[in-house]
Design a protein around this ligand. Structure first.
Ligand SMILES: [Zn+2]
Length: 257
């Protein structure tokens, strides 16, 4: 789809929508130079995901798992939001009802300005107490870059061991996040899929249900995924390029009216 080939129906559907559900995945972060799990170079690729992305792996070696997530936090801190993130933040201001649902555990959406956001897979900056379940922001504590058995993060309320607040393999998406997402899926008139193949939890059902409920489904993704079959419009480009261009057409048309 070249510069002048945006379908009029796509622009009109985005212009006239009132209730918008945006679903993003690793592709959005990847364009900010933040590699996906499967592509992470160096330290991460030397480890089997089952040893750092499962509860069993954490319990058997919490020092190793925490140090990998500390590394991930440093990678996130050095990445910057890209034009896809900033455009999604602008969209939030435009639509009367809006929800961004992301599979990403980084904070690039928040740093771009998104506020109406649910994070299906947790938050890489957070830790959660194994004993009392309370959630804390690791940035509120003076934690070392590298933990030892003695310095592992402990709950300031009850002293229990804390884990990264990430949804690992074999774990459920937090109920409140899933409920908020499903509520918007059932009500939205536009669903925008950005940078996710949809293979991971939820995505498959979201697109199918939104379409069945009459929403226009738009996918911006360089390669075809399992959700593409539910999309009325598929824009096969990186979101950082396509989304600002599409959004300019939408807002230009509004100004012209
Ligand atoms: Zn606790």
């Amino acid at each position: 789809m070249g510069n002048n080939e945006l379908p009029r129906d796509l622009i009109e559907a985005m212009r006239s929508a009132k209730c918008v559900f945006v679903f993003t995945g690793a592709g959005a972060s990847k364009e900010s130079g933040l590699p996906t799990f499967r592509e992470i170079d160096g330290e991460w690729t030397r480890h089997d995901p089952m040893t750092f992305a499962t509860f069993e792996g954490f319990i058997s070696n919490p020092v190793k798992v925490w140090n990998l997530y500390r590394l991930r936090q440093r990678q996130i801190a050095s990445a910057q939001p890209n034009p896809a993130h900033t455009t999604i933040a602008e969209m939030e201001q435009y639509y009367p009802e809006f929800l961004l649902c992301t599979q990403n555990v980084d904070d690039l959406h928040e740093r771009a300005g998104s506020r109406k956001i649910v994070k299906l897979h947790g938050d890489a900056w957070q830790m959660r107490c194994l004993d009392c379940g309370k959630i804390f922001d690791t940035r509120d504590f003076d934690l070392p870059d590298e933990f030892t058995e003695e310095t592992l993060p402990k709950c300031p309320k009850c002293g229990g061991l804390c884990r990264p607040n990430i949804v690992w393999f074999g774990e459920y998406v937090p109920h409140e996040a899933m409920a908020a997402a499903l509520d918007m899926v059932s009500r939205c008139d536009l669903m925008l899929i950005v940078g996710t193949s949809g293979e991971v939890s939820g995505g498959y059902g979201f697109a199918q249900q939104a379409r069945a409920n009459g929403a226009t489904v738009v996918e911006i993704n360089p390669s075809e995924g399992v959700l593409t079959r539910y999309a009325h419009f598929w824009v096969p480009e990186p979101a950082g390029l396509a989304l600002p261009r599409i959004w300019k057409s939408v807002t230009d048309r509004c100004r012209a009216q």
